[in-house]
Design a protein around this ligand. Structure first.
Ligand code: BTN
Length: 296
């Protein structure tokens, strides 16, 4: 969960709005107007009307917004924190898709699924880290079962050793208000190539299986899964979340190196604790609980 900047700045909404207005004045946010329920022309594209019709969820996607192009779906939610819980923003193309650790997320048109949802659980920020696990389970369960996709802590999804999906959870905690959590998910579906700088580490379902993926169907599965996994999270069924996450991963029992705040630790990945923290056992026999970092 990427907290740092937002959580500790106090009354962030004022700062944030100010920032946004400045950007708009500078003309940087030139995205196209909202198309609620719009659908694109080609059958290969995301059919938002069909998605809305088929969606049978309690919370996630009851409010659904589609943009042919936007800077970032996470940013769009952040600009609209008064949206109801479960609101979803989907884009065909992101001009400034964001990844973890300040990286960008390659978001070409017509190929991937880029969506964000807004959650407002009535819980303190320290209980929210496992939302990342929840999103990981929902995402990997939406990917066709016959692939051997695996979860890599904290929230990457790998297929044949390369990344096919990533999750960016951002928490905005204002004093006296429920925290808002923006869960952003990017999945590489029908990409046939990637830019040179990521072609050795990124892949897509199409590249790995040779088959085209129906983006509408995949979005539907993902939203349904998010709805049911979030319900379990709210009911406090952490054991279930940890069990499912573990079943979808092959990293436990292996030697890993975790970088966190410029520090590297090597040890055996033992498992996840009930709060979703990684238990890393170093060669001196000590067990460390890690809630963020990069795993190598
Ligand atoms: C990662 O670095 O692994 C996280 C990538 C998250 C990308 C998704 S795409 C939809 C949402 N909007 C963004 O700008 N980022 C997330």
């Amino acid at each position: 969960m990427e907290y740092a900047f937002y959580q500790y700045l106090g009354n962030i909404s004022i700062i944030f709005w100010h920032f946004t207005l400045q950007w708009q004045r500078l003309g940087i946010h030139q995205y196209k107007p909202l198309l609620q329920g719009a659908s694109l022309a080609s059958p290969a594209d995301i059919d938002i009307s069909a998605l809305e019709q088929k969606l049978a969820t309690a919370r996630i996607g009851r409010s659904l917004r589609f943009f042919p192009e936007i800077d970032s779906t996470n940013e769009e939610i952040r600009r609209n924190l008064s949206l109801p819980e479960g609101a979803v923003v989907i884009a065909d193309h992101q001009t400034h898709g964001r990844g973890r650790q300040g990286r960008s997320w390659h978001s070409e048109s017509g190929s991937g699924l880029y969506l964000s949802t807004l959650l407002k659980p009535d819980l303190p920020p320290e209980d929210l880290a496992s939302l990342t696990l929840m999103a990981g389970i929902a995402t990997i369960s939406a990917i066709p079962q016959q692939t051997s996709a695996k979860l890599k802590w904290p929230n990457d999804i790998l297929l044949n050793g390369k990344k096919i999906a990533g999750i960016l959870c951002e928490c905005i905690a204002e004093p006296g208000a429920h925290p808002a959590v923006i869960v952003g998910i990017g999945i590489n579906l029908n990409h046939t190539r990637f830019p040179e700088n990521i072609q050795d580490i990124a892949t897509s379902l199409k590249l790995e299986t040779g088959k085209d993926v129906d983006r509408t169907q995949l979005a539907l599965s993902l939203l349904q899964n998010l709805d049911s996994e979030y319900e379990e999270f709210l009911q406090g069924k952490m054991d279930n979340l940890v069990r499912k996450w573990t079943e979808h991963s092959d990293m436990f029992g292996k030697t890993v190196t975790v970088s966190q705040k410029g520090k590297k630790q090597t040890g055996t990945a033992i498992g996840l604790n009930p709060q979703g923290k990684l238990i890393l056992q170093t060669p001196d026999g000590k067990q460390h609980l890690l809630d963020s970092g990069e795993l190598h």
